[in-house]
Every structure is written in C-alpha cells, then in structure tokens.
Write a protein that binds this ligand. Structure first.
Ligand code: MRU
Length: 360
C-alpha cells in the first residue's frame, strides 16, 4: 500500500534491530505510528487491542508472536500457542497460522526453534502478500465484466464495502480492496461507498484513509445507508472480506455484513466475499452451528473516539451511564446470499461442492 506515496506494509520484520514492526491501527487515520513488538505479551496485546486487526494480518502477527516467545524462551511453544489462540476467537487465520508454525517447528531441537520460527513467520508474511495480490487479480475479471455492461450508462462502477478488508487487514493489498486496487490499476473508473462500521469504525477510520491514499474515490456512509443506496440504483456490486468462511459457503464477517447481503439480494445486486483459502474453515459446513462470535468490551459501543480540534485523540461517552450493551463483533451471511467467493485460486460458488475443489 502507498502512504503519502511511499510503499509500506502493515507488518514487517527489522533484522538489524530484531523487532517486529506494525502500524498502530488504533491511531489511524489521525496519526501514523509504527510500534515495535518485542515479546509474546506485546503481540497478544496488539491483537486483542486491535492495534493490528483483519483476519490475515492477525494470522501473520501471531506467527511473529511465536518467534518472539521462542526467542525469549525456546521452551515456550505450547504456552505461546495457547496465549495467542485466545486473543481473538472468530478469525480462523489465527488458528491456521499457529498450526502452520507448529507443523514447521515440530521435532526441532530447542536451539533451532527461534530461527525456524522466524523463517516460517517471514514465509507466511510473503505468502500473504502473494495470496492477496492473486485475490485482486481474480476479482478484477468480475469488475471488468460488470464495467463492460455498465460503461455506456454511467461514469464509474459503484461498489459498497463493509469494515476494512484492505491492505491494513493483511500484510499488503488486502482482500476485498485488493480487487478494487487491481481494477483501479486496470483503468476501470470506480467509486466506493464505505460503511462506517460501528463500533470500531474500521470503514471510517481505515478504509476511507486507505482508499484515499491510493487515490480511489470513496464516500463514507452510516451503516444503515446501504439499503437505501441499493434500492435507488447507486450500488453496482458489494464486496466484503471474511474472518471465516465455512465449507458450505457461509461467510463470517464484521457485524452488519449480513444485513447488507440481504439488501443486495432483495435488489439483485451481486454480493461477493474476497478471502484467502486460509480463511476457509473446511471443518465446518453450516455457519450457524458452532463458531464462536467474539463479544468485545461494552465501552466500544458506549463510547466513541476521535480527534479534537486541539489534535488530541480522545474518547467521549455516547450512551447513558449504566446502559446494557451487547457488542458482538461478527455475523454470519448465509451462502444463499453470496454471489461468489473470490480467492487466490479463483472464483468459487458459495457451496460445498464448489469449495470442496479447494481441498481436493
Ligand atoms: O474486527 P476486525 O477489524 O479484525 O474485523 C475485520 C473484518 O471483519 C474484515 O472484514 C475481515 O477480517 C476480512 S479482512 C481481510
């Protein structure tokens, strides 16, 4: 991703200082601060406090967390895996990355563990970049076909996205927004409606910032505006990411995604989820069965943070003292409302027969 014209990843390793660097996403868009992770504890905090977030980025961060833990104590693999696995429950990439680390570390001497852990984490980082770029390339065909249909009657293709499934949610490129970036680079005129995505406002704070940095026209809307925009012909296609997609094609994503998919279905608007194969949970077919939905702190709903005129980032209270609050982080969009699943291996139908090909 380009920030002020300079290329930057959401996470990287600095060999000279032996530290893992991340963008502190809790401060965006007001302040771009790079922080260094030096320990397992700092890594767990970065994930649970959402300094890093987005399913693929959580996975790569956890992989580096294993390295930092083993660098401090080569005998701490199991404890580190358990601690990291508990940081956020819904994004399956976390478990996937921890499993990849364990597979690569199994049976090694203690003295070889830190080196191999670093090597594997760096491999996952590189793979994520390639995978996300490939997602964009596969999705480009969909946008190109739609634009070929619409270009006589309108100036740009109007997309709607929810949450942030951009470069900031991955190492680079993003998932849903990777498709946008590839289409933009291919010369397709685009405009993106960005849901603000309460309560953490990933749309307002991250997607708008990221899209504007890549010079892609975008408009921030409140979470409930999408239905009206779809009804009045202002959305050509919806494009979201996913934290976990079942073998049956049910898509877990940021809370509110389901309502957008319902509105899209009612208005015959294509609704795509873009995700790496590592976000598919092949062990589960039915998404409404047993996947844990993260419930986060009530303060994310009762309060809102932003920048004051004096330039300070502050949090203010919205809801009355003592209000009962539910803060579920994700919902499930049933496969029947998903037009297609864009992966690094191609575009698949949201059903078991189609996704099974990825296993085969
Ligand atoms: O709570 P977050 O910000 O980690 O949630 C992120 C999302 O819901 C994204 O849309 C999802 O991880 C896909 S990102 C590539």
């Amino acid at each position: 991703m380009k920030i002020d014209g300079e290329h930057i990843q959401s996470i990287w390793f600095e060999p000279e200082s032996d530290e893992v660097c991340i963008i502190d996403q809790t401060l965006l868009p007001h302040s771009l601060e790079i922080i260094s992770l030096q320990s397992l504890e700092e890594t767990c905090h970065a994930i649970s406090a959402m300094q890093v977030r987005g399913a693929p980025l959580i996975g790569v961060t956890a992989a580096y967390g294993i390295y930092l833990a083993l660098r401090d104590d080569p005998n701490s693999l199991n404890a580190a895996v358990s601690a990291l696995a508990e940081t956020r429950p819904t994004a399956v990439n976390l478990q996937w990355a921890l499993q990849r680390m364990q597979e690569n570390l199994n049976g090694l001497d203690f003295s070889d563990l830190p080196g191999k852990a670093l090597e594997t984490a760096q491999l996952l980082e590189k793979e994520d970049i390639a995978v996300c770029e490939a997602i964009g390339e596969h999705g480009l065909g969909i946008l190109q076909a739609l634009w070929n249909e619409k270009n006589e009657s309108q100036d740009a293709l109007n997309l709607l996205t929810h949450c942030n499934a951009g470069a900031l949610a991955t190492v680079d490129w993003g998932t849903a927004l990777s498709v946008v970036y590839k289409a933009h680079a291919a010369g397709i005129p685009l405009h993106v409606w960005v849901d603000e995505t309460r309560p953490r406002n990933q749309g307002a704070a991250l997607s708008c910032w990221e899209l504007t940095q890549q010079k892609i026209p975008n408009t921030l809307i409140v979470d409930n505006a999408g239905g009206h925009l779809m009804q009045t012909g202002k959305v050509d296609l919806c494009l979201v990411g996913s934290d976990r997609t079942t073998l049956g094609g049910d898509v877990y994503n940021k809370i509110g995604t389901y309502l957008k998919a319902l509105a899209a279905h009612h208005n015959n608007i294509p609704f795509y989820a873009a995700l790496p194969v590592s976000s598919i949970d092949f062990s589960i077919v039915d998404g409404l069965s047993s996947i844990p939905i993260e419930e986060r702190d009530a303060i994310e709903v009762s309060h809102i943070s932003g920048i004051t005129e004096a330039g300070n980032i502050e949090s203010v209270q919205l809801a009355p003292d003592g209000t009962a609050i539910s803060n579920l982080g994700f919902d499930v969009t049933p496969a029947q409302f998903i037009t297609g699943i864009i992966t690094e291996k191609g575009v698949f139908e949201a059903n078991e027969a189609s996704l099974q090909q990825l296993l085969d």
